[in-house]
Design a protein. Structure first.
Length: 199
């Protein structure tokens, strides 16, 4: 479990094919400080397990399912990724509960910079529309954000200067792919309502 408060970014320094998956190596001195093999780390919103440690680098194995259903499959060496260690019992929860299970890959449709802020509009897959509401929470590439406006096929967020500087969203351009995870409570409400209607 995570909070969506990105601790730092890391750099992809190696990608090794391990059919049907890949091994991703990330350079991140901060995350490496107290990391252990077997720890769960949120990478662009996707929960992966540390399988190797080497200096300030951490290696993760991503399976075929993960690579095909997230933007991790499109990473190349040199790319920056958002990183967050798992939530410890008793920690403050400053964002919202993020499971690290990606619901869909979306695209940035529009970016309007109003320095030092920025307003971004992302595509919203039809199957997720019922789980995204104005002023609700959503995780975009692992970042806990508040939805400004949600329509049937898109949603907007307003990014403060800190978020733009401390995460990969500051570098995102129109057309870029991002991972989405809707609020876990919204999932259960949506499921309960749809099940009731079907019965």
């Amino acid at each position: 479990m995570f909070t969506g408060l990105v601790e730092t970014t890391g750099e992809i320094v190696a990608i090794d094919d391990q059919p049907p998956g890949k091994k991703l190596t990330v350079k991140s001195p901060l995350i490496r400080e107290d990391a252990s093999i077997g720890d769960s780390i949120c990478i662009n919103g996707c929960c992966l397990t540390i399988v190797e440690l080497n200096g300030d680098q951490l290696a993760f194995e991503a399976g075929e399912e993960t690579l095909s259903r997230t933007n991790l499959g499109g990473l190349v060496c040199g790319d920056r990724v958002n990183l967050e260690r798992s939530l410890a019992v008793g920690d403050r929860l400053g964002g919202h509960y993020v499971t690290g299970h990606i619901d869909a890959v979306s695209r940035l449709l529009e970016r309007r910079d109003d320095p030092p802020w920025a307003f971004l509009r992302f595509a919203l897959p039809a199957g997720l529309a019922a789980q995204v509401a104005d002023k609700g929470s959503i995780a975009v590439d692992g970042i806990s954000l508040t939805v400004v406006e949600a329509t049937a096929d898109a949603f907007t967020v307003a990014l403060i200067p800190h978020t733009l500087q401390a995460t990969t969203l500051g570098d995102r351009k129109v057309g870029d792919e991002v991972n989405l995870e809707t609020d876990v409570l919204a999932k259960y409400v949506d499921r309960a309502l749809s099940t009731r209607q079907d019965s």
